[in-house]
Design a protein around this ligand. Structure first.
Ligand code: URP
Ligand code: ZN
Ligand code: ZN
Ligand code: ZN
Length: 525
């Protein structure tokens, strides 16, 4: 027949438009958009009746950590999700594409970025993925030969067009000199540089001071990273990038201090992009002491870096940033560690200096005592499945952002920024048939989330007990119905690896100022 699958009676939302039409899907692609299909058009195709609900491009989550153990100065931890469980959780929350990290470390075998990517590729192949996936490369050293020889191969062979660098964590951070090296090498290969902007020296200094006063419980993590830590680093990275004239994206922006310097750089015409995440709109420092007492270890469940904003006024500022374009994309930063696990958040207890008081005491009991050390707790929280429903409930349903803005932030802009558009992030003839279909307005009674709802391999959610007003009813990946009415129908080998192209969001306008003294005028020779 003409189509394999049709979606009828949908209120179709794209980054620009919202209107009612039917969608015909053939061979995994969007084939036809029409006001209404006849029964002849439909033939024996599978039919999904959206019943008037919003139909959007499937979510693209451009910030997901899978199979990425944390072995840094902030402790260590075993990543709880692999490509199978992470992508399973993603698809049940309406996400159809994820960009995950392949990370270099400072061990000698990881000098080669190509070897690093091959290792992560093998991890993905080992289990398969429910949804399509791609890689960003994390670069933690500035070996000139590697950057020169391997970056072109990463682009050509693997379609990896984005790299992430860190300004904090002793075992990962690059100094300013090294940041310039990587930015220039990235620019030469049309690679977008993603920046983890936190001032590592400030964090180290504050952590030492806190520890010397015995302020080590999870709650104090936030005090080791006040917003100026992020604001200073963001400003410095902008100054460095302005010198090189390369496009940068700030990942996981968590405070107005950082959003403000980013906004100012954008106003100067620089190609500066930014991402924020659900935790910064839905959690505050207060949530770090939500459980029991400021000394309870259970608060380690909320530890991520940067920490959630100090209060709800910062959340309001971040919503303004979503609305006014300061933020280009909205991603989860899903970085899963189990709580009740000696390889998870409990590392912060186990690695605590051994003492007679803690010897042989079960972990869960220790967790309720005044032990543990925030500086050793793995940083990161799960959220790949809750990303879209949280923003829908708190952003779209409240009217803070339009449905079109939601699509722009969660699908269309990530696709453009990371070179996947219009294959992904669009509902156009020829685009992959990746769709998320919500419940019709008012059809789903709002419910309180529990971790049992979720499909990750993590034993908690930071959003336990929060009210959700809607949830993806159907998730469709390349024409296959993967999730329908709370039932997972997809398989872990349905997803494919995606080679990506360059950033499609432009180079800004600042480079039109042709000053012969500017660095970019002579540095390339
Ligand atoms: O705390 C966080 N965000 N952990 C994930 C790793 C990172 O820096 O993105
Ligand atoms: Zn980061
Ligand atoms: Zn991250
Ligand atoms: Zn407790």
């Amino acid at each position: 027949s003409k189509f394999d699958l049709v979606v009828v009676n949908g209120l179709v939302v794209t980054a620009s438009d919202i209107s009612s039409f039917d969608i015909g899907i053939k061979d995994g692609k969007i084939h036809t958009l029409a006001p209404s299909f006849s029964s002849e058009d439909i033939g024996d195709a599978q039919v999904i009746d959206a019943e008037g609900a919003m139909v959007m491009p499937g979510g693209i989550d451009a910030h997901v950590h899978l199979c990425q153990d944390q072995k840094t100065d902030i402790g260590g931890g075993k990543c709880a999700d692999n490509f199978e469980t992470g992508s399973r959780s993603a698809v049940c929350g309406g996400t159809t594409t994820m960009v995950t990290f392949a990370t270099q470390t400072r061990v000698e075998e990881d000098r080669s970025l190509l070897k690093v990517v091959e290792a992560y590729d093998a991890r993905a192949q080992a289990t398969g993925s429910y949804i399509d996936y791609a890689f960003h490369i994390i670069i933690v050293r500035d070996d000139k030969d590697v950057l020169e020889e391997e970056l072109p191969v990463l682009v050509e062979k693997w379609g990896i067009t984005s790299c992430k660098v860190f300004m904090t964590y002793e075992t990962m951070r690059l100094q300013d000199y090294q940041l310039l090296d990587v930015m220039l090498a990235a620019l030469k290969n049309s690679i977008t540089t993603m920046i983890h902007a936190e001032n590592g020296d400030m964090i180290e200094w504050l952590t030492q001071k806190l520890e010397s006063k015995g302020m080590m419980a999870p709650y104090f993590h936030a005090l080791s990273r006040p917003p100026s830590v992020e604001g200073e680093a963001a400003n410095r990275a902008i100054v460095l990038a302005e010198l090189i004239e390369n496009p940068i994206l700030f990942v996981h922006v968590g405070s107005s201090a950082s959003a403000n310097v980013i906004r100012a750089a954008q106003t100067r015409g620089l190609p500066v992009f930014a991402e924020t995440c659900p935790q910064y709109l839905n959690l505050t420092w207060e949530d770090l002491k939500r459980f029991h007492s400021p000394t309870c270890f259970e608060n380690s469940k909320m530890i991520c870096s940067p920490p959630p904003s100090p209060d709800s006024s910062d959340q309001d500022a971040l919503y303004i940033g979503l609305h006014n374009g300061t933020f280009t994309i909205f991603s989860s930063d899903h970085c899963p560690f189990k709580y009740d696990d000696p390889h998870g958040k409990m590392v912060g207890i186990l690695d605590h200096e051994p003492s007679a008081a803690t010897d042989g005491v079960p972990l869960t009991e220790l967790a309720h005592k005044k032990v543990g050390r925030f500086s050793l707790i793995p940083n990161g929280i799960p959220g790949v499945e809750t990303r879209l429903p949280l923003l829908f409930t708190r952003g779209v349903s409240t009217g803070r952002i339009t449905p079109q803005k939601f699509v722009e932030l969660t699908a269309t802009n990530p696709a453009k920024l990371y070179g996947l558009y219009p294959r992904k992030g669009a509902i156009l003839p020829g685009s992959d048939a990746d769709l998320v279909i919500w419940h019709p307005e008012g059809a789903l009674t709002s419910f309180k989330l529990t971790n049992e709802h979720l499909h990750h391999n993590v034993d908690y959610t930071p959003y336990e007990g929060m009210e959700f007003g809607n949830w993806p009813r159907y998730t469709i990946c390349r024409g296959k119905v993967m999730w329908a009415n709370d039932v997972l129908l997809g398989k872990p080998r349905d997803g494919q690896y995606l080679k990506r192209g360059p950033n499609q969001l432009g180079k800004g306008v600042a480079h039109f100022k042709k000053d012969p003294r500017r660095v970019a005028a002579w540095v390339h020779e």
